[in-house]
Structure formats: structure tokens, C-alpha cells
Design a protein. Sequence first.
Lengths: 335, 272
Amino acid sequence: MRLWRWVLALAALLAHRRSSGSGGGPHDGRIVPEATPSPRAEVVVAILLLIAAAFAAGFVAAYGLLGAQRLPNELLGVCLGLSLLFVAAAFVVVAKRLVVTEELEEEYPVEHPEEQEAVARIVRESGSGFTRRRMLVGAGGLAAGALGLAAITPAVSLGPIWDTGPLDESPWRRGRRLVDENDKPMLASDIEPDTFYTAFPEGADKEFIGSSVVVVRLSPSSLRLPPGRRGWAPYGIVAYSKICTHAGCAIALYRKPLFPQVEPRPELVCPCHYSTFDPATGAAVTYGPAGRPLPQLPLMVDAAGYLRAAGNFSERVGPGWWNVRRPPTFVRTPS
Amino acid sequence: MSRPARTITLTLLLAVAAVGVASAQPRYGIVRPTTEPPEPSVTLGAELYAANCSTCHGIAGAGIRRPRPGAGDLMGEGPPLRGVGALRADFYLRMGFMPLANPHEQPTRQRPELTDKEIRSLVVYVASLGPGPAIPHPNVRWSGDRLVGAGSLAYGLKLFTDHCAGCHQIVGRGGFVTGARVPPLQGLTPTEIAEAVRTGPYLMPRFTSRQITDRQLDSIIKYVLSTRAPVNHGGWGIGNLGPIPEGMVVWWIVVPLLIGLCTLVARRMRHP
């Protein structure tokens, strides 16, 4: 603010000097000459601001109407971008056509009481290029309000206005078979040690956040699963959600030692931020930013030897949010 | 000389002598039989194994699970070799991973100290210890500077992205994972790539032919070989290391240039 005062003071001094230099006194007792009103420019500004407001409203509408299914990222980006662009265009017109500008050509030497008075007068008299102030303030307020609304719109995703139920949905149920990416059911005997597999629930959408699991086979004697998970790992085969509990990347790395005596023990790693989980201890976090273990899927093997889920995940799937430690509900299954 | 002074002098002398002996010891190298047969043989393999490998891998590939002092002041400790087959033996020896100076180190690629004949002999010997996979024969090879054989480059890129790029980086330049260095893949032969995929050396997972078929492996090999000279659309590849060096170029080179340009334009406008 202090800087702004200095700029005004300089402008005042300049105006004063110019007017005194030209020999004539201040126009009708004014320092700043009366700006020529330009109603057309004002209308243009108002229209630009209204368009900006319309695009910002479009952002809100797109988020509210289409976001529930799949967030229309491109549409949101275009709306917000065009809205800001039109606000900028309005500012350009205001600056070029409506606001009296003075250019600084010399340094301001010392402070003087008369010049302070002149500054105050300049502030009073400038900006008189506006003739329909109320219309412009209204349009500006509308654009600012719509943009502000657009900025806070994503907060509705946090609930409870919006249905966040889909986040809790899981396609896993007791008895559902595990299939690979080609929908081939997985036999327990197919799961070999020293490597890892990605599995999905049979007949469910693979893109669904709660669908994909990573399956590894460990030696049953090395398992140290949390209490209450007895029988969740037939033949040492364990399954965990493939979605990292930190930021929701896919657990795409399995660090598997060839000789566990001297090499680091087997661990599941997320390639995004190196969150590392120990599959032998219920995917407890051993390194990295993840705040909680990967949700474990209880497994069982049916009479034909196929791997099946023995229930639902031990915890909620997906990256952290503040209610994530609530016990999972999983009452619904996606259609 | 008083008694404590004598003790100290003696200790110092002994320490100096010990250092001298330690530095005079030959570098840990390959121990060879006095006369080697002209052709690779199981017998030569067994002799080389007993002299160079058994400290860590035990008698006849039984493995040593609890550290045990062995030759060359090594605390021997290593996995059993029964059933690893010619595949893993060939891979570990051709890559220069073995013999390993310290069992707790990650084996890194270097020029093998064993000759080709010795490697063949050891591979035959290790394969004879128990039934195991044979050396793979991928259908991709170089013909001049062109890749020929089975497999599709585009499919290879897709498979590489799915299975390998998480650690090895999309252009196979390697990097780091928690607890290990990830080697770059340039300069590997098709056979070595196939062996690595089927072995899963050090911390890498092993990929069986159920997960990656031999046909798919050909495509992956084709892609990996192509990363020796990647096609850099747009010109400068910046080492093909990905977004971090590219960001550095943007922030340290392009942004200063743009700022300079803006300053120049502004100056010209002020003093036309």
C-alpha cells in the first residue's frame, strides 16, 4: 500500500508540473482533467464480465451435473480458463479506455504538504472516466462471485451434499473368483513365489477403485498377519488392494529378494512416492509416505483349486482422507 | 624400556605388520586348476566351483544359510544352486555378478573375470546339480544396425510399460528403488534380457512364461534393444531420463532465456 501511495504522489507531482509548465492553471480547479466518457467501452467491459461469469457458472454446472459420474476434466479446464481470459480482457479494456493513466518521467524529489494535498485531490478526481459505475460494479461483482463459487465447488466432493458412497463400494464378496486381466480365473497353483500378479473380481469393472488386487505367494511360515486374519492366506497366498493408501497410485513394484538372508525382505512398493509395504505382516508400511497398511482381501481356495475372495477388504480402499480409518461398510455393490 | 612401553611398542609393531600383510594379499580373484582342459567340461566346472563358489554356495550347490568363514577371509553365505539351472548360472556369470566380493552387496554388472570356456564349464556343472531351466533362445537379433526376428516393437513398449518401466524407467535407463540400484538395460544381449526376466536377479521379481510368454518376451527384448538409440522426436533427448532433467532444462535454461527476452523487449519499449 505504501508503494501505491508513492506512485500516486509521483503522478500528482507530475500532473502539477505539467499543468504549471504549460502556463495555464488547473482546468476548472481540477488537477486531473475530466476524462472523456466512453459508454461503449463500458458496455464492452460489462459484456466481457458477464461472459466470464457465465463460464464460471458453466464450471459449477459441469461439476455438479457431470462430475458425479466421471469428472469432465477438459470441460472444467476450458470453462475456468475462458472465464479468467474474459476477466483479463475486461481489465485490459478498463485499463486502456476508462482509467486515466499518467506516466512517470522524473523522480520525485522531496515530500511537500501541498503535494500531499494534490495526491488526495487526484484520488478524488481520477476514475471519472466511468459514467455507469453501478453497472460495471455489478458486472464485476457477478464475475468475481461466479469465479469464487467455481473455486470452492470442488469442495462438494467431500460430501455430504454429494454422494460419496461409490468410494466405499467394493465389488468383492465372499465367493467371488479372482481373474487375471484377460478374465481368466486364477488357480491357486498358478500363483508362484518370487513374482506378483494383478487380479480382479470376476465379472466386475476393472477400472473400479476397489477392484484390482495384487497377489503374491510367500512361504506360510514367514507370514505374521495381524490378529483376526487366520486363514486369510491359503498356502501363503496373500492379496492386497493395488491402490496405494498414500496417493492412490497402483502398487506396481514387488521387491523380491533372491536370497532373503542377505537381501532386503520382500516388499510391495508404490512407484510414485516409494511407499513400501510388507506383505508378510498385513502390508504394514515400512517406508515412505503412506499412512496406513494396504487393505487386505481374505482369500480361500475352492474345491476346483480356484482362488476366491473369502469376504471383503479389511479396510477402506484408496488414498487417505479424514474418515478413512472408519471401519468399511461395503453394503453396496456396483451395478 | 619399561614393561607398558614395551607392550605398546610391540602392539604398534604388530599392527603395522598386520597392515603390511593385509595390503600385500593378492586381490580376491579367480582360483584356477594348474592345467585347464582345452574344451569346456563338467570336470573343469566342478573344479572351478570348488575353488571359487563353494565358500558361499556350499558343497555341490547345497547353499549356506548361516554365515560361515571361508576362503579369502569371506564370511560365506549364499543361496543353494540346485535347480537354478543353466539359465541363472549363465546369467550371473555372463553379467560378471559372480564371484561376488561380499555376499551383502548388490551384484553389479562388470566384465566377467572368468573366460568363456570357464563360464560354459561352470554352467554345465551347475545345471548338472539339479533339474532347472535351460538357457533361453529369444528370436530377436541384430542384423547390422537393424533389429530382426519375431516380436513387435510397439507391443514390446506396451509390455515394457506394464511390467518393467516402474523400476527400469520407460527408456530403460535404470534408477533406484528402496534398497537397491536399478541397472540400465542398454548393452544387454537378447539372451541376457531373457535370462534376467526369467531369473529376477537380486530384488527384481521373476516373470514366468505364464505371465510373459516367450512371444511377448521377444517383443520386450526388441523394445529394450531399441532403447540403445531411442528415436527423439523433437530433437534433444536430454539423456532420455524423463521429466526431472526436462524440468531442469525448462527452469534453468528456458526460463532465464524468456526472462532475458522480456527484459530486452521492455527496454526497447522504454528507449525506442
